[in-house]
Design a protein around this ligand. Structure first.
Ligand code: PHB
Length: 387
């Protein structure tokens, strides 16, 4: 502990010394983006990287008269790597903002660095409620699991689902999903028969699915991080749970647009809650999806939109701060309101967390492709995890 604190103090001193001499002459502003470009979470990195490129293609690389330089680093979603890369980006590259963060442990590892160096840190992917509390310099453009879990619970209660089992990934966002789903369904008179967890790395769904079968709930509620949905759906079908009359409900991470088309008919009819669907029927989103697909040959998912909106937040804040970093940049991020491909977005000035519509969707086939079709929404939803 002493060692870590000492190290952070040195880091802060190095940053302050570095910026003092160069601020006036600085014609380039650098943004440090840390993403899992390889490893288990690579689809998150691929999606967000593509979205950042689309933002720059559409908006240029000049802000407040300065040239924006974006440095993308691969942390393989290993938190020690994320921390090391963040330190390098702050101390050596003198970035004005850090961004990305594919999983919660990576975001948590960097929060103390953001605080000590007064570097705004835009969380584009990770979604555990507590991340915004880990540093006053965290701003989030992804979503929170309590938002999605409460949205799903409300729908389940209103639609005759009484007995449920929860299945979540065994780490931060999974704990949030499990707790906020269970608390809300029981508050509304529902029952949770069992709470199951699978490891973040190399999960095996067979043993937990057997337990679900034996418990015979009306519905199974699932949260798994982006990238695991297709493997889970395959197992769900292979074990015959769909045929056993157990309804699958989920956060939209499971029916992820990145993989949805590959899941096949087992996904049809799955009701889920999330903040973004590639099928969101706005003119702005249709253009976003068309441009994204033209550039990448794959469909944008919710990670891409978190990245795209994160770039919006950074660019607008740089305009407001005239290219300065630190507290001026942070101030420019707070309170932004804009139309995103997901719909209306607010960055709550108090919590620095994202406020947006939480949609209830159903997987349907249209023109031979699978889509999450929105049919209901909780409007302007704040994070239920904030007291
Ligand atoms: C997270 O680690 O916070 C996380 C990752 C992927 C998701 C959601 C949350 O889809």
């Amino acid at each position: 502990m002493y060692h870590r604190r000492h190290h952070l103090a040195m880091l802060a001193a190095a940053v302050l010394a570095g910026t003092a001499g160069t601020a006036a002459a600085q014609e380039t502003v650098k943004i440090g983006v840390i993403l899992p470009m390889t490893g288990q979470q690579a689809s998150t990195g691929r999606q967000i990287d593509a979205a950042i490129k689309l933002w720059v293609a559409r908006n240029g690389n000049k802000v407040a008269g300065k040239t924006v330089e974006i440095l993308v680093k691969d942390d393989q979603s290993i938190p020690d790597q994320t921390r090391r890369l963040a330190q390098e980006l702050v101390v050596q590259d003198k970035v004005v903002a850090l961004a990305g963060f594919g999983i919660t442990p990576s975001a948590m590892a960097v929060a103390p660095i953001a605080t000590q160096s007064k570097t705004p840190m835009v969380v584009m992917a990770a979604a555990t409620s507590a991340i915004t509390g880990a540093s006053p310099y965290v701003v989030r453009t992804s979503f929170t699991l309590p938002q999605a879990a409460v949205g799903m619970a409300e729908w389940a209660n209103k639609n005759g689902i009484k007995k449920t089992v929860t299945l979540v990934a065994d780490y931060g966002p999974g704990f949030d999903a499990e707790k906020f789903f269970a608390d809300r369904v029981t508050l509304n008179g529902g029952q949770v028969l069992d709470k199951l967890r699978t490891p973040l790395r190399a999960p095996d769904f067979a043993p937990v699915l057997q337990k679900v079968r034996d418990a015979k709930p009306d519905a199974l509620f699932v949260f798994l991080p982006s990238g695991q949905g297709a493997a889970f759906m395959k197992q769900f079908a292979e074990r015959g749970l769909d045929k056993a009359g157990i309804r699958l409900i989920a956060t939209g991470d499971v029916t992820d647009d990145d993989q949805l088309n590959a899941m096949g008919d087992v996904a049809l009819g799955v009701v889920n809650a999330h903040h973004y669907s590639a099928a969101h029927p706005s003119a702005l989103n249709k253009k976003f999806v068309a441009d994204f697909e033209a550039a990448n040959k794959f469909r944008p998912n919710f990670m891409a939109v978190g990245g795209y909106d994160g770039m919006r937040v950074i660019y607008k804040a740089l305009e407001a701060s005239k290219g300065a970093g630190g507290d001026a940049l942070l101030a420019g991020m707070k309170g932004q309101i804009f139309e995103s491909p997901r719909g209306q977005v607010l960055i709550d000035a108090q919590t620095r967390d994202v406020v947006h519509d939480m949609y209830i969707r159903k997987v349907e086939k249209k023109d031979g492709q699978l889509w999450n079709i929105e049919f209901d929404a909780i409007k302007a939803m704040k994070d239920p995890g904030k007291s």
